[in-house]
Design a protein around this ligand. Structure first.
Ligand code: G2I
Length: 464
């Protein structure tokens, strides 16, 4: 599937899932038929010399709504599970690349680069490895790397060669490799990976090393010593499994200090989890956090890209490991883009919005933020976020704008629309008039356009 078709498919799927309180006021909308005018995250990142990618796993490749987004929005994919040891060498000397090959093929079909993940890790390791003798384990490890990195030679741009080798206090994790081979196993793994695929960039990857602290200091010292000793290492992966409102204040400084050692840095597994359910306040904080992470990467030349650890809240590892938490990604379960998506979009240089504030009857007011969320030949999808900027809850709200270039507004959801000539008036639906102070509610619509489709010069919001 081509990128634009995938994007249009995603828009329709998302729309079908959320249409409620519909009132058609304009002409019927033609089906999306050609390239979306709006760039993807991958395209925006590429314009800045970076990638923006997602991890994925094999079961989801059967879901067409999922693959429509995966194949179009991102220019990089990480194999989320099936390059790990338990999949690639389930019994000693028996290699199986069936599942990982499927993901790599998907990426190649969609012009996406692949990060390989991961060659040496204490987790998702088949039992047999734990029984290998100390004498044999160095060869077993080197043989695993030679085979797996050899198989994917030329098909992955990065390898996470060693994953999660340190404890929080900066000491070595007592994995089977550490216990049976000792400190040298990490350098040995990197040398074997370089021999197997000389063109892949070789990464050390870990979590809780995004800010400066004991654990990131340990990784810093490892990289520094590798550089001094000539052990081949090209990059450090900051996983970035973060918590809402807790992006480390030292993130950019930390990225910079690794870059200053002469290695690249990648944000490899980004997600930002919250207590569920979501609400507008948490969504806004999450958007701010995603913006901070994206800007920190862009601020350092050697920060080469960002990968989210899958892109939809319906396919995240978080709820199964952290009960009561989730909603950590940039698309919701129905593949609608969240405020966190738009924060990344804007941080990467995309522009979509215009906002005008007016004071409402409650003496406090609301703001309306209008954006075109996608556009194709003759048609577009719009979205307006209504935010209560007052100190008391709203009971009802009204948003108005002018269709200056002959556009129409058609199917509209989460609101009740009337048009009078060029003027569009949208009032709340019977279920979303109440907005708590500081919270936001959103309505959306499909429309048509001819010639140009600029965002309105002004949009007004009144509330009572
Ligand atoms: O734990 C989050 C990530 C931390 N950094 C390294 C990553 O490789 C790791 O990814 C996760 C996968 O997203 C999960 O999908 O690694 C987990 C294992 O530690 C993966 O979970 C496993 C489940 O534990 C299995 O029950 C399941 O069969 O995923 C398997 C495949 O869905």
């Amino acid at each position: 599937m081509s990128a634009p078709a995938g994007r249009a498919h995603r828009v329709l799927a998302a729309t079908a899932a959320v249409v409620v309180g519909t009132l058609a006021v304009g002409m019927a909308v033609a089906a999306p038929s050609s390239a979306a005018a709006e760039p993807t995250l991958g395209e925006l990142a590429a314009a800045k010399g970076r990638y923006f990618g997602s991890a994925t796993d094999n079961p989801t490749l059967d879901n067409a709504s999922y693959t429509a987004v995966l194949g179009s929005e991102f220019n990089q994919i990480t194999v989320g599970n099936t390059q790990k040891w338990m999949y690639t060498e389930p019994s000693r000397g028996q290699f199986d690349y069936t599942k990982a090959d499927q993901i790599v093929a998907f990426a190649q079909q969609h012009d996406q680069i692949v990060r390989g993940h991961t060659l040496v890790w204490h987790n998702q390791l088949p039992d047999w490895v734990n029984s290998v003798s100390a004498g044999d384990l160095p060869d077993v490890m080197r043989n695993h790397i030679a085979n797996v990195a050899g198989h994917f030679k030329g098909k992955v741009v990065h390898w996470d060669v060693v994953n999660e080798a340190f404890e929080e206090d900066g000491t070595r994790r007592q994995s089977v490799f550490q216990q049976k081979i000792g400190d040298s196993y990490i350098a040995e793994a990197f040398k074997a990976a370089r021999a197997a695929d000389p063109n892949a960039k070789l990464y050390y990857n870990d979590y809780n090393i995004e800010g400066i602290g004991s654990k990131s200091d340990a990784v810093y010292n490892l990289v520094k010593s590798f550089k001094q000793q000539g052990v081949p290492i090209d990059g450090v992966g900051l996983q970035a499994h973060l918590i809402l409102g807790q992006v480390p204040s030292t993130l950019q400084r930390n990225i910079q200090r690794f870059a200053d050692l002469g290695v690249d840095v990648a944000i490899t597994e980004l997600d930002i989890r919250m207590r569920t359910p979501r609400d507008a306040t948490k969504d806004a904080q999450q958007a701010a956090d995603y913006r901070t992470v994206t800007k920190a990467c862009l601020a350092v030349t050697r920060c080469v890209g960002i990968t989210v650890w899958d892109f939809s809240d319906g396919y995240s590892w978080i709820p199964s490991v952290f009960p009561g938490e989730g909603a950590a990604l940039i698309y919701d379960e129905d593949f609608a883009r969240k405020p966190s998506y738009w924060a990344v979009y804007e941080a990467l240089g995309g522009t979509t919005t215009t906002t005008t504030t007016t004071t409402g009857d409650n003496g406090s007011g609301c703001t309306a933020t209008y954006r075109v969320t996608s556009q194709w030949n003759g048609g577009y999808q719009g979205e307006v976020a209504v935010r209560n900027t007052g100190a008391t809850a709203t009971a009802r709200w009204t948003v108005k704008w002018t269709l200056a270039q002959g556009q129409t507004v058609g199917n509209l959801w989460n609101g009740v629309a009337t048009t009078n000539g060029q003027e569009v008036t949208v009032r709340n639906a019977n279920y979303n008039g109440a907005i708590a102070p500081g919270d936001t509610t959103t309505f959306g619509f499909l429309g048509s356009w001819i010639g140009t489709n600029p965002v309105p010069a002004t949009i007004t919001c009144t509330s009572a």
